[in-house]
Design a protein around this ligand. Structure first.
Ligand SMILES: [Cu+2]
Length: 615
């Protein structure tokens, strides 16, 4: 498919039709005529925003990977799932039909959804799950996003199979801020578990134990040549010599930052999380779970076959090595006449090793917003809300029949989030009391050397709660996330905010110093992201303007930390006008019928000065 910056609306309509066609082929479900495109042309405007319709059918199907078979819930029978393709400013309706056996929600990661938290998706935050044999239509409103984003399930660990890319093309008027690529390629990195991952997680959370590790990483659904029973199905990307490709890279892995490289091919990173960057030329990238990157790749090497490879970047303790150490591969294959049978593809020597922290930092520190006339930065300067949030691994300690017991958990400012059985958005919108409290703290409960080898004993204690942070409309917010060595468990935490992108104005090692560190902030061209890793034993500062009223989840995008409570919710109040207020709810919302069976035990900590006691 050609890239559409200079294409006509008819071309776009055609490309959309062909996309629906391929979806129909893969799903066997969609009939003809499901695609409706309605354009409304405002007089005098060259660009028409379009409306697109998709059907997502969630169904368990059988997959064989790593020499064993299992059934996995996926969308339209494909892994990764279907691509949503739009032009900047379009609106998409996705009707999600749940033909699986448990409740699911879907999140449109990186789409700001102005005033429309109703379709954001995280379960028990903005909606209750879409129950089996029912359906729900999401209205996904694109505004200023441009580039690659993605969608994924936002309930339990279902996103292992339920995810796919979103392509947002520039409007016809503007085009790309780089020479028009000849073609594009979508690469989705994921995690493969041989077992039933939701069942395993449910067991682990009940036991207070650690959660499962993946058995391999996958590239567009395939582990690649280095994994057992996999070399017949290795993903192949066919290129023509001399062409430039726009590689759209998504990290959909469940619990891992990933290194990614293509042997002997330079990568030019030009965008991230739906915003453009100053081009970064590199021979590898480090991509955190939740992040997306737009990368230019020139097919300028001798005709042949080259490995595309991804492996985990593990920032945790060096002596803990039980993480997934597989090397997932695909093959970049030139078209033309050369001998393929005898030649083994070359492995990228530029791919850093698992625990190479320096390479990760060197790469992420190079990212800058494009910050040109057509893509100006708009960094909040008059900060009205400042927060300092510690990200910690914790123990939730509780009294069980007179015996002190504990379970693994994680927290922000020593609060571990607990989902209630009604979503926060509905409770807020309908003014229902008893489902959340508005006392998420702006600071940690105590200050100590957060990144020291030894931290105070009581630093590991956390309380559980459903505590939200309230913000007024248009407040200018600065958050400093502080990594901690609590529990001897410091590592990177990829923090993701729903409904917004933010500017990452600074980061560094050790404890944040609120006098000296702000002097080094980049207020000229900081990168704009929706997911960013707080560095191991370091800090990270970001800013955003609370211009999108709604109920928005803030969480670590390592799913095990999300399950253990490393999240909170920001509620941004309405402005003074209907145009600055949350939209009306859709006519139908999935009913709330109870809590998820997969969650951390909820202990009673109504008296916060005492230890948690079991309910
Ligand atoms: Cu985390």
């Amino acid at each position: 498919m050609s890239l559409a910056s200079a294409s006509t609306e008819a071309d776009q309509a055609d490309s959309l039709r062909s996309e629906k066609g391929s979806m129909a082929l893969t799903s066997g479900f969609l009939g003809i005529g499901l695609l409706l495109i309605i354009c409304w042309m405002l007089p005098g405007l060259a660009q028409a925003n379009m409306i697109h319709y998709y059907d997502f059918v969630l169904k368990e199907i059988n997959f064989t990977r790593l020499c064993s078979s299992k059934s996995l819930l996926v969308v339209n029978e494909s892994l990764p799932g279907p691509v949503i393709r739009v032009t900047k400013g379009d609106t998409v309706y996705v009707n999600v039909h749940n033909q699986g056996s448990y409740g699911v929600t879907i999140h449109w990661h990186g789409v700001h959804q102005p005033r429309n938290p109703w379709s954001d998706g995280p379960e028990y935050i903005t909606q209750c799950p879409i129950e089996p044999s029912s359906n729900f239509t999401y209205e996904i409103i694109f505004s200023d996003e441009e580039g690659t984003l993605w969608w994924h399930a936002h309930s339990d660990w279902t996103r292992a199979g339920v995810h796919g890319a979103i392509v947002v093309l520039p409007s016809n008027n503007t085009g790309f801020p780089f020479p028009q690529p000849d073609a594009e390629e979508i690469v989705v990195l994921g995690s493969w578990y041989k077992g039933d991952v939701n069942a395993e997680v449910a067991e682990d959370l009940e036991a207070g134990a650690d959660t499962p590790r993946s058995n391999s990483y996958i590239i567009n659904g395939q582990p690649g040549d280095f994994l057992p029973c996999s070399n017949q199905s290795t993903y192949k990307w066919r290129v023509d010599y001399g062409k430039t490709y726009l590689l759209r890279l998504v990290n959909a892995a469940m619990n891992a930052e990933l290194y990614f490289a293509i042997a002997q091919h330079s990568l030019t990173v030009v965008g991230m999380d739906g915003s453009y960057l100053k081009p970064v030329e590199t021979d590898f990238v480090m991509i955190s779970p939740g992040q997306t990157m737009d990368i230019l790749v020139k097919a300028n090497q001798p005709l042949g076959r080259y490995y595309i490879a991804a492996r985990q970047f593990d920032s945790a303790r060096p002596d803990v090595t039980d993480y997934d150490q597989t090397n997932a591969t695909a093959i970049l294959e030139y078209s033309g006449n050369y001998s393929t049978s005898s030649s083994t593809p070359i492995f990228p020597s530029s791919l850093p090793t698992y625990q190479d922290i320096k390479s990760a930092l060197n790469f992420t520190n190079r990212l800058r917003s494009l910050a040109d006339q057509d893509h100006p930065v708009n960094i909040p300067i008059n900060i009205t809300t400042r927060m300092y949030i510690t990200v910690t691994m914790n123990n939730v300690v509780f009294d069980y029949e007179g015996v002190s017991s504990s379970a693994l958990s994680s927290a922000l400012n020593n609060v571990s989030w607990i989902n209630q059985d009604t979503d926060v958005l509905l409770a807020y919108y309908r003014n229902l009391s008893g489902f959340y409290t508005t006392d998420f703290p702006d600071f940690p409960p105590s200050f100590f050397n957060f990144t020291a080898l030894d931290v105070p004993d009581n630093a590991t204690d956390t309380i559980q709660g459903t505590k939200v942070k309230m913000l007024d409309y248009n407040e200018e917010v600065e958050i400093v996330f502080q990594g901690t060595n609590v529990f001897d468990a410091s590592e990177d935490h990829p923090m993701h905010l729903h409904g917004y992108t933010f500017y990452v104005v600074g980061s560094g090692g050790g404890n944040f110093d609120n006098e000296t560190d702000p002097k080094g902030y980049n207020l000229v061209d900081p990168p704009k992201m929706n997911t960013v890793s707080v560095p191991k034993n370091g800090w990270l500062a970001l800013r955003f303007k609370a211009s999108n009223p709604g109920v928005w989840l803030w969480h670590c995008h390592l799913d095990r930390h999300l399950s253990w409570g490393m999240n909170t919710v920001f509620i941004v109040r309405n402005g003074d006008t209907p145009e600055t207020s949350i939209r009306e709810p859709p006519p139908y919302l999935p009913p709330c019928t109870g809590s998820s069976p997969i969650q951390l035990l909820h202990f009673d900590n109504s008296n916060e000065n005492k230890l948690n006691t079991i309910n």
